[in-house]
Design a protein around this ligand. Structure first.
Ligand code: SF4
Length: 471
């Protein structure tokens, strides 16, 4: 028998500048008091005040599905922090967000990869679209949203790749990502600004995602920031829900790392992409469940979240943007979204995108129909000022990010197919190429549609080519 020597994986070798920065970074320890797994609730192995979080009937219903094809926790593991539990205690929407429920698996219809993300993955852990790359740097978060689109990553499910092989999604490795960026950008530069094969432009931005990068140590986050900067990335985004799940992670050691990173790499922009679904995640409530007015304007925030937001706001060289899906039972509520948009903008957080749900397996319990999501967002923006209404409603077509621009309330006379009114979509960016930006698609209305496929039979005008292929 021949014993195979394991192939040694190449390691990223930091430059002197990287190393000098990394030598200054300090890690801290955090006590998120995480409860992971429904079993802990079922066996009472949780602090006393958490014991009634699931009723005996709820626990029994989940237990009954265990090991079957409808096993809720096999779809998405249960996880909650003490901070988020304290919010959930008095918030129905947050309970829907974080509490497992049998209804999640009643309808498992849907696609494993409706946005065809894997078609854009040239390196393990990287999705390369437009001038932007998304990297999976970690496969978990401090708590788990039941509606997560990345459930295959978090639950470590095996997925089918482009080449037909089946394997769990792997994490991005710094050494691979740096070498891909350098090679891609070299070819683009040599070829007059476009990649000779894909036609893509220079890779300028990276979104660190997962999972939640804020569960990594400061040194680990710092290594990514410095490595990507050395590779020529101009702008790094970090996608996180940690401000909702465990805001104390944004402590002095984290800001110290960020400040030192900025000193070492002043040319790199840093954008924190935060994820608040509902104002209950950051606003305090009184004993009657009402938000608390602050004299002089605004509402009172949860202290630890406010502290983090104020610290972020002090740093002119970074930006903070919120983006969140509109989810049934959580934030399909114009009043909640109005309060959230106003209060975030007041605290220097830009409202970037709201997302339509995806036609993903196990997502039916959370899907809000596309036209309803548009109505909710539009309604929520009534009464807000122009700067508070920057958020757009986006839906991720495999061709690129698409905006749901408008839905008419009345029939569109003279437009065949528009008898019930029309919905207008606009391609914000083609996934491979920029020139398609701004092209539109007009569809006859279908109030029940949760995905493009709901419009296959009512395409009126398709300049954007969203229906070149049957969805
Ligand atoms: S924070 Fe994001 S990645 Fe993490 S569980 Fe929630 S939706 Fe999924």
């Amino acid at each position: 028998m021949t014993i195979q020597t394991p192939v040694k994986k190449a390691k990223h070798i930091p430059t002197e500048r990287e190393q000098a920065f990394l030598d200054t970074v300090v890690n801290a320890k955090y006590d998120r008091q995480i409860i992971a797994g429904i079993k802990k609730f079922a066996t009472g192995n949780v602090p006393e005040d958490m014991q009634g979080f699931y009723s005996p009937e709820e626990l029994q219903a989940l237990e009954d599905l265990k090991g079957t094809g409808l096993d809720v926790e096999a779809r998405m593991p249960v996880k909650i922090t003490r901070h988020y539990f304290d919010i959930a205690k008095t918030s129905k929407p947050i309970q829907v967000l974080v509490k497992a429920s049998p209804r999640e698996t009643y309808d498992l219809d849907g696609s494993a990869d409706p946005g065809k993300q894997m078609s854009y993955s040239p390196v393990e852990g990287l999705i390369h679209k437009y001038e932007l790359g998304l990297i999976y740097v970690v496969g978990t978060c401090s708590a788990h949203c039941r509606f997560c689109y990345r459930e295959e990553l978090i639950a470590k499910k095996e997925i089918e790749r482009e080449d037909g092989t089946v394997a769990a999604k792997g994490m991005a490795q710094l050494v691979d990502i740096v070498s891909y960026i350098k090679e891609h950008n070299r070819l683009v530069a040599e070829n007059g600004g476009r990649h000779p094969d894909t036609g893509r432009e220079r890779l300028r931005e990276i979104l660190m995602s997962g999972g939640d990068p804020m569960v990594l140590t400061n040194k680990n986050i710092g290594a990514w920031l410095a490595g990507l900067s050395e590779a020529g990335i101009e702008s790094i985004r970090l996608g996180t829900k940690e401000l909702a799940f465990y805001p104390d992670r944004f402590d002095a050691t984290f800001f110290d790392m960020l400040d030192k990173f900025h000193v070492a790499y002043p040319e790199t922009r840093f954008r924190l992409m935060v994820h608040f679904n509902h104002p209950d995640e950051f606003l305090k409530k009184d004993e009657n469940g009402n938000y608390i007015d602050v004299p002089g304007g605004g509402l009172e925030w949860i202290e630890s979240t406010k502290r983090a937001i104020v610290e972020l706001g002090k740093r002119q060289w970074l930006t903070v943007d919120n983006q969140a899906p509109i989810i049934k039972g959580i934030n399909n509520d114009p009043d909640a979204l109005r309060i959230m948009q106003r209060e975030l903008k007041r605290n220097k957080v830009e409202n970037h995108y709201f997302f339509c749900g995806r036609d993903i397996i196990g997502h039916k319990a959370f899907n809000v129909p596309i036209e309803e999501a548009w109505r909710i967002l539009n309604e929520s923006q009534k009464g807000l000022s122009g700067v508070e209404t920057h958020a757009r409603l986006s839906i991720t077509h495999y061709k690129g990010k698409t905006e749901v621009v408008a839905v008419s309330n009345t029939p569109a006379p003279g437009i065949p197919g528009g008898e019930k009114g029309v919905i207008v979509m606009k391609l914000l960016r083609g996934a491979a190429d920029a020139p398609d930006r701004g092209k539109i698609t007009i569809l006859g209305r279908n109030p029940d549609a949760i995905w493009f496929s709901g419009y296959n039979d009512r395409v009126i005008y398709d300049e954007a080519g969203l229906f070149d292929e049957v969805q």
